[in-house]
Design a protein around this ligand. Sequence first.
Ligand code: EPU
Length: 361
Amino acid sequence: MLVEKNVPLQFSNTFGIVAKALSLVRIASEADIAAVLADPALKSVPKFVLGGGSNIVLTGDVKPLVLKIEIPGKRLHSETAKAWIIEAGAGESWHELVAWTLQNGYPGLENLALIPGTVGASPVQNIGAYGVELQDRFLELDAIDLTTGQSFTLNAAQCAFGYRDSVFKHKSSAGEAASTAGNPGFGLADKALITKVRFALPKNWKPVLGYADIEKKMAQSPVPDGGDPTAQQIFDWICEIRRTKLPDPQVIGNAGSFFKNPTVSNEQCADIIQREPKIVHYPLADGSIKLAAGWLIDACGWKGKSIGNAGVHERHALVLVNRGGREHPVTGGEVMTLAKAIQTSVYERFGILLEHEPVVV
Ligand code: EPU
């Protein structure tokens, strides 16, 4: 096992923030984790699991031991009467997995095309876009308990998925017992390392349409016989939509949506609509209302603004970007200063506190 020292992380986080991992071990297999956990000097030190770095803000050098996940593999694991079961290693690129499933005739992930990051990170925040969330296609995952070295498998209910949320985003509270295989029962942040994820992709596939952006694409290039578009067609449209609206992290550093879309009660929403009739809002099944955070930030005049080298994207106010490029990259401090300024102005105008999506390290 090689423990690398002072490893630059600028190209391991999609913001392109400059920081170092004081120590880093690359994890390409379960045996690599076992080696770390068997090492007397490493087994009890704090650890930080790094995937594609697409949902983090680094505010300094990373002191915990960084476990850089590089576990490979994409395969048809098995099939049931209703679904293809696809298994992927945590270190695979998410978008490459989506493309691979379509090339191999397993549709179902096409609405989640072009989301940056790795397969192992996808359940952590239950990634979602254009009407599909990871939990809709998820079967189970394998993980390793970083304190005991035990492997365990979790199904969707055990992952406790919510909107951009799961058991992996919550810390266990003090006094709770160690995890028991398959029944974590509490937060697993910093405790579990996801090694493999299995998806159930429906044999009876139906397109998920209905989002305004997709409907627009359908109107522009209707399917000749008036039938449904194919999964590949939807994949291509989603790639085009995302490339038009969202900045490519290879070109301008960013971490996707920086804030979650807040939910408010019906009464709160009615109150805001009285003052702000144009507010973009979507009713949810439970009676609450989701508001578009991008609209709220845009309405406060932030689109295109900067603080230092941290900026608000010109085309989508929900995305904070690195305006300094690779030469003078934004710092994590600048990103968080801008994020706080945005939170304050949205709070002052709408009385809503926006919650950030990325993990601040
Ligand atoms: N809007 C504005 N101004 C802006 C940005 C957006 O007025 O600057 C309005 C839009 O016109 C639209 C509404 O806000 O009416 C919502 O915008 P959009 O359709 O782009 O979706 P979103 O709610 O901003 C969410 C996800 C995205 C996902 C898209 C598509 C969150 C936090 N973000 O964005 O996920 O791709 O829906 O489903 O839920 C990500 O998490 O990194 C991400 C990109």
